[in-house]
Design a protein around this ligand. Sequence first.
Ligand code: ADP
Length: 394
Amino acid sequence: MKILVLNSGSSSIKFKLLQMPLEKMICSGMVERIGYEDAILSIKKDEINIQETVPIKSHREGLSIIVSYLTHPEKGVIKNPQDIFAVGHRVVHGGDSFAETTLINGAVKDEINYYSALAPLHNPPNLEGIEIAEKLFPTAKQVAVFDTAFYQTMPVKARKYAIPNTFYTEDNIKVYGFHGTSHKYVSEKAIKYLGRETSKIISVHLGNGCSMTAIVNGKSVDHSLGFAPSNGLVMGSRSGDIDHSVIFHLVDGLGYSLNEVKQLLNKKSGMLGLTGSSDLRDIQAKAEEGDKNCQLALEMNAYRIKKYIGSYTAVMNGLDALIFTAGIGENSSLIRKLTCLDMDYLGIKLDSVKNEKRSNVLREINTDSSQVKILVIPTNEELEIAKQVFNLIS
Ligand code: ADP
């Protein structure tokens, strides 16, 4: 069964075509810079990498180009769109309506549209991707996999903000959580690896967006992102935790408009605001050359992760495994080292030699005497989506 996984964002569409249940990747790629004359189409198949700069005006055009590549008589991988049995769509916000992966119908689309108010950057392009895919793959089952679904198990005490109750009950202001597909995927791998019936796990997803989830027996009990994907850790260009009085001072005291503050905290802060770059590779290189801002930013980054490890270990009353995943978590031995430094009180002891080794499969990087397993687990959100789609429809 061929399943196409689509992640339709505001200016890009990422896709992966998988053969399920073999979990074999047939082809992957993306179109970026949709809306520009110099949009970029990249396709990866076996050892072949194609990259072309082409004008792509809209998501519809972007997805049509992807389909024409997939069905190309010589270079393509399927004969016609009917060969795709199902399309799995990543949908960022499903609010409280969706605790599970769901077959898409009109009512589901209405709900996704309803939650656009809470995820204005994500849900509208997700929905657009669904509507275009329905036209381009009319025989395929369309399935939505929600980033927020994994957090439906969080207790109310962790989901509710300490503001008047009606904002929770009537206005739906609460912690929704994000990166759920990634945290679910890596924590399930960890649970299998631990081979125990019960487990207390902290999953640390460090990409451009960063988040942490506390997971007891496979169910999330707390999470660092909140109502929107802006709380918690220091991210590529987002500040993470910040005293809300700063926002009032920026507006009332320093004369910034609310929109400027939004841009500032979401697009110009985090590692970018601290160092001038949001790419951790640049920051690490400059820190090595002695750049003080970069050195401090790396320390701040790891310090924030450490604080969350401490609080999640406390709320779970223990910790069996700490997972690092995504671009930074999988690749930056420095961030892992700074984070795990002086954590032996909590039973976390990093093996500095194992930490430096590279691999693209699950690996353990703790010392033999460490009470807590420290695991680096490559995430694969598309595979997780394909698995969930396959389970639903088979
Ligand atoms: P997203 O999916 O959220 O866009 P990724 O998971 O791809 O992000 O992670 C992007 C981050 O990973 C960037 O900050 C990048 O610098 C970092 N990264 C990628 N490779 C490495 C590496 N070898 N060493 C350190 N950081 C890396």
